[in-house]
Design a protein around this ligand. Structure first.
Ligand code: NOJ
Length: 768
């Protein structure tokens, strides 16, 4: 039976609707005759708000974590019983971490049948890179620079999640990340604001689509500055300049908002001494003011309550006051609003208008999602069964997984592997792991559900394969809750690995981080291969140096020894459900690697934070006599990264030539057209990411040495040449100036084009 709206106000025009304000509705006596779908959403929201009590409005601002086994008996006592009472009273607007049609439906039924106003819940979940069928971690996907593939991956995630009852994902994370120690770099698109912005748009489009039954609302996070945690330690203090905030941190958030993202999540950190959850400048002035964002902002988990620990709020009540007044619309699990907001309104510390506005924002998103037309829109068990794990989704995540792999080194053409007659030794615990490839933040997926590297390789039957674990990945009990995986120093498997290597033509070593060694709360103070893996690598190398090192990791690692010694290195991240198939296809050359790094790889931890779009400094070192020490450098390491942003090799080679600008200067309203020829100079078809960087030579505030301002992924047959065109206009050179606004300043620029951030082909131009 089609759900009928039980409140007259949404159905009838506003004037009529108000006449029923305050009337208690029951499911037995629905007022609805037919939905007036013509009424604009804002008027429907206003009409509904007019009927709501203060507590019911606050209810829309309250989000609870799933708190009981919904298909079992209802909770009789304690905190769960209280939450259950709140649910029935209409004091809960949203739930998180409840999934699956059966459970979602059971809770939705309480909201729409037992509460006074029958307002549906919105169900949120961390569908970060897939729900059951897992895509590569977002950082890996960013390495594809393939916006269509990334959008498809978000569509797949949304389709599976929506079929499982969910209507809201806490993604995309668009935090620009420069510090590889921070475990959450795996969740974003890396160090560049431009790449982050384009990917944010693709992900928002992929998740939200046309808000149909296979789409979910996106939640752009973490607003803002979270990735700048000092020393890369998660949840740590953030202290960034206004310049960095506006030019580096905020652009991807703005892009996501402009792309129509329905919700935002604020963050755990402080900014200018004010925790983001209580930060009115961020949420009211910038997001809802300057950018005109119409959706709602959810807090991060407990972040309202954490304002007490920050030393900003005296107690939870004060935190609730600051959060509400600052424009944090929904409270995720601090219980600050449900416990204190009504009293704060009565005391005049928060105006009822603030509550009404926040509740209205939440209701608006529910209307847009169609939950008032049908609160069970996402609750179709047959659809759930038919959708989750579909073959085409596996094909989709395999496609993006292959595209996410970055070839870092390939000496003597050791790759691709020959398909026949080779003896191959596969070494490393990660090679035989079916859970680690799923990576961090894949809470909807089943353990052991990924294709391991070993399984992927074994499908190529022309070669013989021997496997030896060698050493464990050194994952402690904090991550797994048991002692069995701790193996920090155990080298008992080395001998077997050496034996296998000696007997092999080629050794494939799969080393790096376990999927759960990255992600939230997984900051690292060292960035090398954990445990004894480095020693294993060097030991095996002595037995057989013909090594292909396949890295599995969620962040840039420091691998200077491998970079100097190992002939081939493949950056394979945590690639998701189809990881093993993707890696095997790359190693055997069935897919020619096309990925480019979205984060610089440091040589040593001391260089971190390390990013290509840094400022020049007053002593950049150009032309310094080598014996001088008085310039910005280290005395024991170079400034340059091991592998720069935008870098990645292919089984073929590309040549850039014929860079042309149709003019050397332009004025307001004008543009320059730039063309460059790119040739595939090898014998294999391949893809290249053609990258455009600009340098603004002097400005009212200092500018980075270069900034990505455009890219195009092109496919070239062996020997083929393509001309790639970029347009430079005023918009492209705008930045947050000394006037505290985005504008283009007249001046001189350099333009660089190439296949990585250290591109050398360049030309000057002027904006007058
Ligand atoms: C905390 C994380 O910071 C956030 O990204 C996530 O969405 C919430 N927990 C909910 O799980």
């Amino acid at each position: 039976m089609k759900y009928k709206l039980p409140y007259c106000l949404i159905i009838a025009p506003l004037a009529l609707s108000l006449s029923c304000g305050g009337v208690k509705q029951t499911p037995a006596a629905p007022v609805a005759a037919s939905v007036n779908k013509q009424l604009p959403i804002d008027r429907k929201v206003d009409s509904l708000l007019a009927l709501m009590t203060l507590e019911e409005k606050i209810g829309q601002m309250n989000q609870y974590n799933g708190f009981w086994e919904v298909t079992g008996p209802v909770p009789a006592e304690g905190a769960a019983a209280q939450k259950y009472e709140h649910l029935k009273k209409g004091w809960v607007g949203s739930m998180l971490n409840v999934k699956g049609v059966k459970d979602v439906k059971a809770l939705q039924k309480i909201a729409v049948e037992e509460t006074r106003l029958h307002i549906p819940l919105i169900f949120g979940y961390d569908v970060i890179h897939g729900y059951k069928t897992i895509s590569p971690i977002p950082l890996a996907e960013a390495a594809s620079w393939d916006l269509a593939a990334i959008q498809r991956s978000a569509e797949i995630a949304a389709a599976e999640a929506a079929a499982s009852g969910l209507n809201w994902t806490f993604a995309p994370m668009v935090d620009v990340s420069r510090d590889a120690r921070w475990g959450r770099v795996m969740e974003g698109a890396g160090e560049d604001p431009y790449l982050n912005s384009r990917i944010a748009e693709s992900r928002v489009k992929g998740f939200q689509g046309n808000l149909g039954e296979f789409n979910v609302a996106a939640c752009v996070k973490h607003f803002a500055g979270y990735s700048f945690a000092e020393a890369g330690r998660d949840y740590n203090t953030v202290d960034v300049s206004n310049n960095t905030l506006h030019n580096i941190i905020l652009p991807p958030f703005k892009a996501a908002s402009d792309a129509g993202a329905l919700t935002f999540m604020n963050s755990f950190n402080e900014l200018e001494g004010i925790p983001a959850t209580g930060n009115a400048h961020l949420q009211r002035d910038i997001l809802k003011g300057d950018w005109g964002f119409k959706g709602f902002v959810v807090s991060d988990w407990g972040s309202m309550g954490e304002m007490v620990a920050h030393g900003y709020s005296k107690d939870l009540k004060a935190a609730a006051m600051s959060a509400a007044n600052a424009g944090s619309d929904m409270d995720m699990e601090s219980h600050g609003y449900v416990e204190h907001l009504a009293e704060l309104v009565r005391e005049g510390k928060v105006s009822e208008a603030v509550v009404t506005e926040a509740a209205g924002r939440v209701l608006r998103v529910k209307f847009l999602l169609g939950l008032f037309d049908d609160p069970y829109k996402y609750c179709n068990e047959a659809r759930e069964k038919a959708t989750v794990g579909k073959k085409e989704f596996h094909d989709g995540v395999l496609d993006v997984a292959k595209k996410s792999v970055v070839l870092l080194k390939n000496e003597k053409n050791i790759l691709p592997l020959k398909k026949q007659g080779q003896k191959i030794a596969v070494i490393g615990a990660l090679a035989n792991d079916k859970t680690s490839p799923l990576g961090s933040w894949r809470i909807g997926a089943d353990d052991e559900s990924a294709i391991s590297v070993l399984e992927g390789l074994k499908q190529y039957t022309g070669n013989s394969i021997t496997y030896a674990k060698g050493a464990d990945v050194a994952v402690g009990p904090v991550l797994f809750g048991n002692e069995t995986r701790i193996n920090m120093n155990d080298k008992s498997g080395f001998a077997e690995a050496v034996k296998a290597a000696k007997a092999a033509d080629v050794v494939i070593m799969v080393l790096g981080e376990h999927g759960l060694q990255t992600g939230e709360g997984r900051s690292r103070a060292e960035l090398g291969l954990p445990g004894v893996q480095q020693e294993l690598l060097e030991t095996v190398y002595k037995a057989n140096p013909n090594i292909v090192l396949v890295l599995n990791n969620g962040r840039p690692l420091t691998i200077p020894w491998a970079a100097d010694n190992v002939p081939a290195i493949v950056e394979a991240w945590h690639l998701g459900t189809q990881a093993g198939n993707a890696i095997a296809q790359i190693l055997y050359g069935d897919y020619n690697p096309s990925g480019k790094l979205p984060m610089s790889f440091p040589r040593s931890i001391g260089q971190v934070p390390l990013y290509y779009n840094h400022k020049s400094t007053g002593r950049p070192g150009n032309g310094q006599p080598t014996e001088s020490v008085f310039w910005s450098h280290y005395i024991d390491a170079p400034n340059t990264p091991q592998y720069p942003f935008g870098y990645g090799l292919s089984y073929t080679t590309f040549e850039y030539s014929n860079l042309k600008l149709d003019k050397s200067s332009f004025v307001k309203g004008g543009k320059i057209t730039v063309t460059v020829d790119v040739k595939n100079t090898g014998k294999t078809d391949g893809k290249e990411v053609v990258q455009l960087y600009l340098q603004d030579l002097f400005a009212s505030v200092t500018r980075p040495v270069r900034e990505l301002k455009g890219f195009e992924l092109i496919a070239l047959k062996a020997g083929q040449v393509k001309t790639v065109t970029f347009t430079i206009d005023e918009k492209l050179i705008e930045f947050y100036t000394a006037n505290k606004k985005f504008e283009a300043e007249p001046g001189d620029f350099n333009l660089y084009i190439g296949g990585s951030s250290d591109a050398v082909l360049h030309a000057p131009f002027t904006y007058n």
